[in-house]
Design a protein around this ligand. Structure first.
Ligand code: NAD
Ligand code: DAU
Length: 340
């Protein structure tokens, strides 16, 4: 079995590669990644020499390079993690999101059609459903919730989902889609809420909470997401969408306070700053389908997962220090410098 994993030098893709090499030692895993600002080869250093692993630097929008690789590797399964993934960046510059997230998905599926495939899996997001109101805790996203996006990022992911379903209906390409809630864990790029707050708190820097911090996200430990995708690509029904989430809703402000407490830092570091444009209020996944059809349930409770994550950042400065001292500084200044 050969699996192409795109975006495997990023946060979730790398965790998925580690999971697959451990759980399926006889599989060959081929990672393709463009190595954008979010892709980091040092993340993959422990598997680079693994006999069942190959890394190839490719942009998924580069049709010629993608076709060449498919011809060489004749993959059985493709799991597409590659994407521009940060909402704030999409608000500043939508273009690259449309290119990678939509056009890149089309190129990968065209390659699957041309060379044949057992399964194409699209890693999507709960953000395609838009948001839910804070005063309706009884509402959850199901797979039948209409797509209703808020940001250029979520719109590009929704467009890709529609394209994937169109390739299933029109060309009978054997596809599945998963829509997961917010992940956290090791190798999370420090532009995102949890790693940003851990790293800033460690340096006694301001903790920039957008608006009042009352927005709710449904947090899932990354390993549980990887296990769900493993199940879907092996046992999921072709043409189906599976929501993934662990019923773990938390307000942003509470997450930041938990991080302060765990690190022994004062809450006075918290600074309320200008809100994100079009900021989604609440995400909440109903995972009934993946539980009842595939038996998936999350293993890691938030209290355990956040402590493991904090410990990982404490022990792995070698991974994040070079990131936050480089190009990231410029991004941080642009995003947060004048944000009042
Ligand atoms: P990430 O930004 O950490 O990693 C993205 C990876 O894709 C990077 O390694 C980057 O170099 C690579 N990449 C970007 N453009 C590429 C291109 N054109 N060609 C090849 N590689 C390219 O993202 P992540 O948080 O790991 O998210 C992975 C996927 O999961 C995305 O599709 C995202 O939409 C989805 N998702 C993320 C979350 C979350 O909480 N992070 C939740 C649900 C779904
Ligand atoms: O729900 C799944 C999505 O989760 C994925 O599809 C995205 O790829 C992923 O980035 C994530 O999107 P969010 O926008 O929810 O994640 P982010 O970490 O950027 O922000 C989480 C919440 O924290 C959000 O309400 C905005 C807020 N926030 C974020 C940052 C970076 C702050 O208050 N301050 C910050 O500095």
């Amino acid at each position: 079995m050969t699996i192409i994993v795109t975006g495997g030098a990023g946060f979730i893709g790398s965790n998925f590669i580690f999971h697959m090499l451990k759980e399926h030692p006889d599989y060959r895993i081929v990672c393709i990644d463009k190595l954008t600002y979010a892709g980091n080869l040092s993340t993959l250093k422990n598997v680079m020499d693994h006999s069942n692993f190959r890394f190839v630097k490719i942009d998924i929008c580069d049709r010629t390079a993608v076709y060449r690789l498919f011809e060489e590797e004749t993959p059985d399964i493709v799991v597409n993690f590659a994407a521009e993934s940060h909402v704030d960046r999409s608000i500043e510059n939508p273009d690259v999101f449309l290119q990678t997230n939509i056009m890149g998905t089309a190129v990968l599926m065209d390659a699957c059609r041309k060379f044949g495939i057992k399964r194409y899996h699209q890693v999507s997001t709960d953000e395609v459903y838009g948001d839910l109101p804070l005063d309706r805790p009884d509402l959850f996203f199901t797979e039948n919730t209409p797509l209703h996006t808020s940001s250029p990022y979520s719109s590009s992911k929704a467009a890709a989902d529609l394209l994937v379903l169109a390739y299933f209906r029109t060309y009978l390409l054997p596809v599945t889609i998963s829509r997961c809630s917010n992940n956290y864990g090791p190798y999370h790029f420090p532009e995102k809420l949890i790693p940003l707050m851990i790293i800033n708190a460690l340096a006694d820097k301001d903790l920039p909470v957008y608006g009042e911090g009352l927005n709710v996200r449904d947090w899932l430990y990354v390993e549980d997401h990887c296990k769900a995708i493993d199940l879907i690509i092996h046992k999921g029904r072709v043409g189906e969408v599976y929501n993934i989430g662990g019923h773990n809703e938390m307000k942003n402000i509470d997450i930041v306070k938990i991080i302060c407490k765990a690190l022994g830092k004062p809450e006075s570091l918290i600074k309320h700053v200008g809100d994100r444009k079009g900021h989604d209020m609440r995400y909440a996944i109903d995972p009934t389908k993946i539980h009842s059809e595939l038996g998936w349930l999350p293993d890691t409770k938030f209290a355990e997962g956040i402590q493991k994550t904090i410990d990982w950042y404490l022990k792995n400065e070698d991974w994040w220090k070079p990131i936050v001292s480089g190009e990231y500084q410029k991004y941080y200044e642009e995003m947060y410098g004048n944000r009042t």
